[in-house]
Structures are given as C-alpha cells and as structure tokens.
Design a protein around this ligand. Structure first.
Ligand SMILES: Cc1ncc(COP(=O)(O)O)c(C=O)c1O
Length: 419
C-alpha cells in the first residue's frame, strides 16, 4: 500500500504522544528533558499496563490448561504473534531473549558448528561491542576474523571496502543498521546483496535504528536481525530474528528436549514471562498512534503498513528535531560523528560530537544542571571512538519522537556558552 503523500499526511501530535507516556506527567520529571534515549526510552502506559496485569493476575507458571496459567500463556503468545508481524517475520523466526548482547553471544555458539576452520567472519569497528565481541571470539576457535574499518574522519563505512574484504571463504558479515554514535544508516539491502553473492550470511544489529523506523526484514534481505525493546518503548528484552531455514541449521542452544521448538532453540534460559507479555504493549501503542492520526482511514492497511504510516509521521517530526541541533553544532564547528545530513533517510536523531572548547564531562554536567539528560563516553562503541581519535569518548544527544522542539531549543541555549 502506498503511504500518504507528504501533503496529505497529518503532523505527529506530540501532545497526544506524550499523553501516552506516564513519565511525562510525573512531578519529579516535569522539567527534565530526556535526551539519552539511545540508552533506553520511556515506556507508554500500554506496556506498563500489561506488565502490571501480568504481575497482578497471572504471575504463575504459564501455559497451564486453565485459570491464570492459561491467561499467562495467552498473554505471552499474543506478544510472540504480534511483535514478529511488526517487522514482517513469522513467529517461528523470532526469539525473545534478555538482551541483544546476550542474543549475539548465544548466536555465535549456535553458528560456530556450521563453520569450518579457516572460514572468515567480517565485523566492523563501527558497531556497538554487542555485535563485535562474540564474533571476534570465534578467532580463538580457528575462524579468521576480518575488520571492515570506518573512515577515521567521520566514522562511516564504505561499501567498496567491504567488497574488497569478501572472499569465497566469507561465511558471515556482522554490521549495524545505524551506529549508536555515527547514527548514519548503513545500506543494509546493498550489503546483503554483496554478502549473498559469496554465499555468506548477514547479521544486522538494529538496536539504534529500530526506535526510529519501521523495519521489514524481508525487504532488508538480512539473515539475522537483532534489536532491544527497551529502546523501542518496551520492557528490557532483546528480539532476535533468524530466517527460518537458517534457524533449522543452527546448533540448538536450549535443553535437548526443546530442540524442536523454534522459539526455544536460541534461548538457553527460560524467558522473562511478564516482559515477553508486555512487549505486546509496544504494538498497542503504535495502534493508538495510528488510530489517533488516521482514525478509521486506511482500515484496510496491514499491521506493517499501519506501523509504517505511524513511522512516516515520526520521521518527519524527528527531522524537525535534529535539523536545528545539527545546524547549530555545525555552525559551532564541533566534530560530529557520521553524516551531518538532517534527513531522516540518512541518519537517526542521535548526535555524537566532541568539542575543542569544553570537555565531555563539563558539557554533560552543565546540561544536567539545566535539567537536560545527555551522555558522555564510548557507549560500548569503544573501537569506533578509538578509530576516530576520540578515545576519551564523545558527547551524545539522542532524541526520539516524543521529544519537542522546545526541548531542542533549551539544549541549544544550554550548549551555546560551552561551545
Ligand atoms: C547499537 C547497539 N547495539 C547493541 C546494544 C546492546 O543491546 P543490549 O543492551 O540489549 O545488550 C546497544 C545498547 O546500547 C546498542 O546501542
């Protein structure tokens, strides 16, 4: 289905959006600007309600035949059906794990038996360590690990460099959809096409991009896609998509008697039942946004299309948030990691920078004093900050759709004397 054109598209109603998040009506948070969303987002009442409900009426061993045990299983199944549908995957293809770091850890163990000694794995130095470390450790077991390196000026990856690294022994390429610092979208589809040409597999870390865009794993062409729901307005969970035919070839990591359960193969521990159930609230929240902005228009839209329509509004709003901030920082001649484009098709509204005028901790402290929460450090993208010559870290301001232009103006006013 074609999305509404820009002319007919409503604007994101940020007041409505904020009314969905209990955090914004808490007196102790009233003047606080949350600009560290890449570390974790606020949670809408839809998610909190499901979590509360689970803990209140179904905190029992789920999947019993009756009563609260049955209700608990049904609540979990609802999430296991709904979440995969949001990114065009089948329920059998998606694992609910405790975090993305843990999911890649398990995945590396599951993939190793498919590889022969001397096979090659390519990782970047742009990624969060979650999508590097587990793969690099395969070098201790006879795998050759190669690095697709960023440009040391802007921290960006060049497709031509990947092409030069690919060989007939390449089995796996691991890359971020958008870095948690450089925040610039990597061309996943083009990467997938290159990797598949040598019959390799593509693992994509979507943690930093999933809070900002509708994801379609089929369109992206990746074999594995990971993201963390505590950054997409949900509870602390890591979702792991693995193409079904690939999943069947991976070594089972769950109890031997669970081997035939696709949803268990890559989750060695029992799931956090309440958190699994509450992830469905993310979808309920998207549905609220769709209904508020489009009413019953587009009633024939699929879930993926409804979420896509919502994210079109989000993208337009996020562009409005990041444009003045990037323009201000460029005018101040600070060093921004990644692209300085203000287009949402190019980058996420996560802006990491260093300044010659003030240290990172000074900037973070000054903004905290002004009631604005931002961060400083390597954010576990240690190899990236080292590669761009900022080993002491970067300042990061990360926004999402519930942030406002007034908050951006407040941040600019607080930054102005420091830069
Ligand atoms: C880009 C990126 N990948 C992976 C992770 C790790 O996610 P998790 O905390 O779920 O292990 C993070 C966390 O900040 C991240 O920003």
């Amino acid at each position: 289905m074609t999305p509404p054109s820009a002319a007919s598209r409503p604007e994101l109603d940020v007041g409505y959006v904020r009314s969905r998040f209990p955090a914004f009506s808490q007196p102790e948070l009233a003047d606080w600007v949350h600009f560290e969303n890449a570390g974790g987002s606020y949670v809408p009442h839809r998610v909190i309600d499901l979590l509360t409900r689970f803990y209140t009426v179904s905190k029992v061993q789920p999947y019993g035949p009756a009563g609260p045990a049955r209700a608990a299983g049904e609540a979990m199944d609802r999430a296991r059906e709904l979440l995969p549908a949001t990114f065009n995957a089948d329920p059998d293809e998606v694992h609910f794990g405790p975090s993305t770091s843990q999911n890649t850890y398990v995945l590396a163990r599951a993939i190793r038996p498919m590889l022969d000694d001397g096979d090659e794995v390519i990782v970047t130095n742009q990624d969060h360590e979650a999508n590097i470390g587990s793969w690099r450790r395969l070098a201790d077991t006879g795998i050759t690990v190669r690095q697709w390196s960023v440009d040391s000026d802007d921290g960006l990856l060049d497709l031509a460099d990947l092409e030069a690294l690919l060989t007939e022994r390449t089995r796996l390429v691991c890359v971020t959809h958008a870095s948690n610092l450089a925040a610039t979208v990597n061309p996943v589809r083009a990467i997938a096409d290159l990797v598949h040409r040598v019959e390799g597999l593509l693992v994509v870390d979507g943690v930093s991009w999933a809070p900002h865009a509708a994801i379609d794993v089929v369109e992206l062409g990746c074999d594995i896609y990971l993201y963390s729901t505590y950054k997409t307005y949900g509870p602390h969970q890591g979702l792991l998509y693995c193409r079904r035919d690939l999943l069947d070839r991976l070594a089972n990591q769950s109890h031997y008697f669970n081997e035939s359960k696709p949803e268990a193969r890559l989750t060695p521990a029992g799931p956090d039942h309440a958190a699994v159930a509450a992830t469905a609230g993310i979808v309920d929240y998207y549905e609220d946004l769709h209904h508020h902005h489009f009413g019953t228009d587009g009633g024939d839209r699929s879930l993926v299309d409804r979420i896509g329509a919502v994210y079109d509004l989000v993208a337009a709003h996020e562009e409005e948030l990041m444009a003045p901030l990037i323009e201000f920082l460029v005018a101040k001649e600070v060093r921004i990691l990644g692209s300085t484009s203000t287009s949402r098709s190019v980058r996420a509204p996560t802006i990491a920078f260093t300044s010659d005028r003030s240290s990172g901790p000074t900037i973070v402290d000054a903004l905290a004093a002004a009631g604005i929460g931002i961060g400083h450090g390597d954010f576990y993208a240690k190899r990236l900050v080292e590669a761009v010559g900022a080993p002491d870290g970067v300042v990061r301001i990360s926004m999402v759709h519930y942030n406002t232009i007034e908050e951006v103006r407040r941040a600019i006013a607080a930054l102005d004397p420091l830069l």
